[in-house]
Design a protein around this ligand. Structure first.
Ligand SMILES: Nc1ncnc2c1ncn2[C@@H]1O[C@H](COP(=O)(O)OP(=O)(O)OP(=O)(O)O)[C@@H](O)[C@H]1O
Length: 487
């Protein structure tokens, strides 16, 4: 087993023992309440004083070793972060490492101000490498891969803000994202970073955002989903695509590989001038997708990860062995306390399953939020906002939220259903994006996979083989071993 792999495999039988339930609910409940996403989580841990070994003697027969283990796991998952990020930014092997400072990246003063105002001290590796390429004159195209949560969005947002000429009141940068939520989020990053650029304006080309359809947009940057962007370029003529000089495709691999997205992305691409600068970003690029991108993008610079670099060491991957579907629900209920230590996302394969799971959890008295594709956009926006503000701790969702969503307090991702492709094989890229909702920018995270059949065990093996990372079952009965790994 890889030295850095942890595992938390919970056999359902174990999961229903009183001591286990103590582990995953009572103890955690004690620290759950006052956690506030806006505050330093370490401070909360200290304030709430997770009891040391020995506990408070509240009547449950609790194995001291289990308590000690639980405390360590909690502390590990909540380790804050700022120190760890700084350590990683100094470690040459970390994706957060850079030799340069933001000042050395020659950003405009108002953008530097924006960056520092967001609390960024140093660039990550992708920011250090991609920004000079994106800002070079004459302009260059770029296809860039970097692990989830390592600052790609920040990188291309800075590139767009640097690129635009605020005196020109027409759309110059177009950024396309696969989902409504992601487009909103990228827009928020651009707004925050561009806080000190008062003349740079942004418009959201997303469903439900009705613009005056007779007048061309004056906003220099437009961020949106492909269908609405196409409408704005062709049907409503709010944007003159020939005047676009920077085009960003976020989550570029899914935009190229998924049929609906691909057709729309290609149609937008065809509308652009041949010399428009093209920037493609993702945490994953399957070989065939990369080849396609290289064919479509003229003379691109390419920043690509080796397969073994794609996973983040800071995300510890577990699997939970369940005997059948119903057991998954029991195991999840028993994990509920754990889910609410900070925040958690639970992924299901279908909208129907997500709906069922959310309502079943609510029936059991747990508080969860649901976000899936069939909901009205206003509802979706409200749910994601509540989750981001920390008012919802647990989000049950589908692949609609598997990519890009950035909530730093998500410490745990649960794959209630493992991600599979149409043939039922492991969907490695989706797996990586899903677990990447935790472990943001050097933070620690946990990913728990629910395994309920030989077939799903096979999928776990395929994922392990693909990334060459062990996803380990670790028996809670083997506490000593578990403890060693938690350190
Ligand atoms: N240089 C930096 N210093 C500190 N924090 C940063 C820096 N760059 C980005 N971040 C923060 O790190 C988090 C992840 O960044 P971002 O969302 O840009 O990652 P990403 O690579 O686009 O992720 P994904 O692959 O999931 O789309 C965000 O909360 C962002 O504010």
């Amino acid at each position: 087993m890889a030295e850095d792999s942890w595992a938390l495999a919970v056999d359902v039988q174990e999961a229903t023992t009183p001591s286990f339930q103590f582990q995953f609910s009572k103890k955690i409940n004690r620290i759950r309440g006052p956690l506030n996403v806006k505050e330093d989580i370490n401070a909360n841990v200290v304030q709430n004083k997770i009891p040391d070994e020995g506990g408070e003697g509240d009547g449950d027969k609790v194995d001291l070793a289990e308590q000690s283990l639980l405390n360590k796991l909690i502390r590990h998952s909540l380790v804050k972060n700022r120190n760890q990020v700084e350590v990683q930014q100094a470690d040459p092997n970390s994706p957060l490492f850079s030799v340069k400072t933001f000042q050395e990246l020659r950003l405009k003063p108002e953008l530097l101000q924006g960056v520092f105002n967001m609390g960024f001290n140093r660039p990550s590796r992708i920011q250090e490498n991609a920004l000079p390429l994106m800002l070079a004159e004459p302009h260059q195209n770029l296809i860039a891969q970097s692990q989830s949560g390592t600052g790609k969005t920040a990188a291309f947002s800075l590139a767009m803000l640097s690129h635009v000429n605020p005196d020109n009141t027409w759309t110059q940068c177009l950024c396309v994202a696969p989902t409504y939520e992601l487009a909103l989020q990228i827009g928020q990053v651009i707004e925050q970073m561009g806080k000190f650029c008062p003349n740079v304006k942004l418009a959201y080309a997303i469903r439900g955002n009705r613009m005056d359809r007779r007048v061309k947009l004056q906003e220099q940057i437009v961020i949106g989903t492909p269908g609405t962007i196409l409408d704005w370029c062709t049907k409503y003529k709010l944007i003159d695509p020939k005047k676009i000089t920077m085009f960003v495709l976020d989550e570029a691999d899914v935009m190229i590989a998924m049929q609906g997205h691909r057709d729309q992305s290609i149609r937008i691409h065809r509308l652009l001038n041949k010399n428009c600068q093209m920037l493609l970003f993702s945490a994953t690029f399957e070989d065939s997708v990369m080849k396609f991108a290289e064919r479509v993008i003229p003379d691109p610079n390419i920043i690509r990860l080796k397969r073994e670099e794609e996973t983040l060491d800071t995300i510890k991957q577990f699997y939970v062995l369940c005997r059948e579907k119903e057991d998954k629900f029991t195991a999840l209920c028993n994990l509920y306390g754990c889910l609410t230590i900070a925040q958690a996302m639970i992924f299901c394969h279908t909208r129907k399953m997500a709906g069922w799971l959310a309502s079943s959890l609510i029936k059991e008295g747990h508080q969860v939020a649901l976000l899936s594709g069939e909901m009205a956009v206003e509802q979706r926006a409200a749910v994601i906002e509540r989750f981001k503000n920390g008012r919802e701790k647990v989000l049950v969702t589908t692949n609609v939220c598997s990519r890009g969503i950035d909530v730093e307090q998500v410490s745990l991702v649960v794959n209630f259903d493992l991600p599979v492709d149409l043939e039922g094989n492991a969907d490695n890229e989706t797996y990586l994006h899903r677990i990447g909702r935790t472990g943001r920018f050097g933070r620690r995270g946990f990913a728990v996979n629910m395994v309920d059949s030989e077939n799903s065990m096979e999928i776990i093996k395929q994922i392990e083989m693909h990334f060459n990372r062990k996803i380990t079952k670790l028996d809670t009965s083997n506490l000593e071993e578990m403890e060693k790994m938690a350190i």
